[in-house]
Design a protein around this ligand. Structure first.
Ligand SMILES: Nc1ncnc2c1ncn2[C@@H]1O[C@H](COP(=O)(O)OP(=O)(O)OP(=O)(O)O)[C@@H](O)[C@H]1O
Length: 390
């Protein structure tokens, strides 16, 4: 890659040749009275698929617009490969964007919409190359049969895929994808997620992918950045985010059905440590290692304990030998899993079961916990007491 000082030459010369590293440093962005980004900080790795996951209004789209140069920022830095690009206009940044609202040219066919970026001034693709690239995109996105139609003749999910094709056909250094699959039906979305893993273009570029769907985030992300109220809350690989959430917000955001949370008290005598859950009328034995770890971080006696529905186990025979004696409530079969609500004295818990083993209400059950999967939160800060960066 040639490193020339003039912004324009630098970006033109690096186009196609590198997978850029994108960084936002302490970026503040306001819209009038609304602060959309509150000092946002993160850095992608070269060639990584980085997913920004957060609830509605968290600042995800604003972040992409800032990277693309579609929005000016109040303060902070937007950096491509170590070079601050705050003043570099959009058309000179090596990014390809697909936003949820698909601005397609209504008078062009699908083929021409996808081919359009390849015909931009300065591009030297032959007609054969254009045809090959468009066909390849259309095949990947399962829209080959739509190439001669116009946008007005397409469904929302089809338009979204055409828009994605138009973004990807250019092979930019950085892809910015904003909820590109929201209007695509579940089966095609599943197939496209698999394609995204395989697609050479995405493997050879850096991608920042915005979603509020945790399944998409866990499935696609090399790393996930959790964003809330214009700030990054946690960055980690999918497993870290799922098993070691930084706080209750992250624990809730990732996982469906959502994590079970209970108020608990940490108790220990000379020999044993346990968590007493007064509302549930039971105590969970703790291993010496877990107890020691909690002591090391000066965990308060009163805390909140979380456990995911998949880490609870029930059984009907000899329930008196279990950690907790509970009763079944509602059973819902969801195809690949069953969701059972149970009542432990005053609290309801949810757990995953075999979808084919329907459980009637009011059946006495024994309940056991996977102790190694318990997550301990400070009740005041709601932070994971045993969380660490690694
Ligand atoms: N043009 C604008 N003018 C005023 N406020 C805006 C504008 N664009 C975004 N905002 C506000 O900035 C905040 C972040 O918005 P943003 O669209 O980035 O969130 P998001 O995480 O992408 O949400 P969603 O998932 O609903 O698309 C919100 O409070 C939003 O109302």
């Amino acid at each position: 890659m040639r490193w020339l000082h003039h912004d324009r030459i630098f970006y033109v010369s690096c186009f196609h040749e590198i997978m850029a590293v994108v960084a936002l440093r302490n970026v503040v962005k306001t819209y009038g009275d609304v602060t959309a980004l509150h000092g946002l900080d993160f850095e992608t790795k070269e060639g990584e698929f980085f997913v920004l996951l957060g609830p509605s209004g968290a600042g995800k789209t604003t972040t992409l617009k800032v990277i693309a140069g579609l929005e000016d920022i109040d303060s902070g830095e937007v950096v491509f490969d170590g070079k601050v690009v705050n003043t570099v206009p959009t058309n000179l940044r090596p990014v390809g964007m697909a936003f949820e609202s698909y601005a397609l040219y209504p008078h062009f066919t699908v083929f021409e919409n996808i081919a359009n970026p390849l015909r931009a001034p300065g591009k030297t693709y032959t007609e054969t190359e254009i045809k090959d690239r468009v066909q390849k995109m259309a095949k990947m996105l399962k829209i080959e049969h739509l190439l001669t139609r116009h946008p007005g003749e397409l469904s929302g999910g089809q338009k979204q895929r055409v828009s994605l094709g138009r973004t990807m056909v250019r092979e930019p250094s950085v892809y910015l994808l904003d909820e590109p699959l929201t209007h695509v039906d579940a089966k095609i979305r599943f197939d496209l997620r698999i394609q995204f893993h395989r697609l050479e273009e995405l493997q050879q570029s850096t991608t920042v992918y915005v979603t509020h769907d945790y399944v998409e985030a866990l499935s696609l992300g090399d790393r996930i950045g959790i964003i809330d109220q214009g700030r990054i809350v946690q960055i980690g690989e999918p497993k870290q985010i799922y098993y070691h959430p930084r706080n209750i917000f992250v624990a809730h955001l990732v996982g469906q059905p959502s994590i079970n949370l209970m108020n608990a008290q940490l108790d220990a005598d000379d020999h044993n440590a346990h968590l007493h859950v007064p509302q549930g009328g039971f105590s969970i034995p703790l291993s010496p290692e877990r107890f020691h770890a909690l002591k090391q971080v000066n965990a308060p006696r009163d805390l909140i304990v979380g456990i995911r529905p998949r880490d609870l186990m029930t059984f009907t025979t000899t329930p008196e030998t279990a950690t907790a004696q509970v009763k079944s409530d509602v059973f819902e079969p969801f195809g690949s899993f069953g969701l059972l609500s149970i009542l432990a004295r005053d609290i309801y818990l949810k757990l995953l079961t075999d979808p084919e083993q329907e459980v009637e209400p009011d059946i006495p059950l024994g309940l056991n916990f996977r102790e190694d999967r318990l997550i301990f939160f400070d009740p005041t800060t709601e932070n994971n007491l045993l969380w660490s960066e690694n």
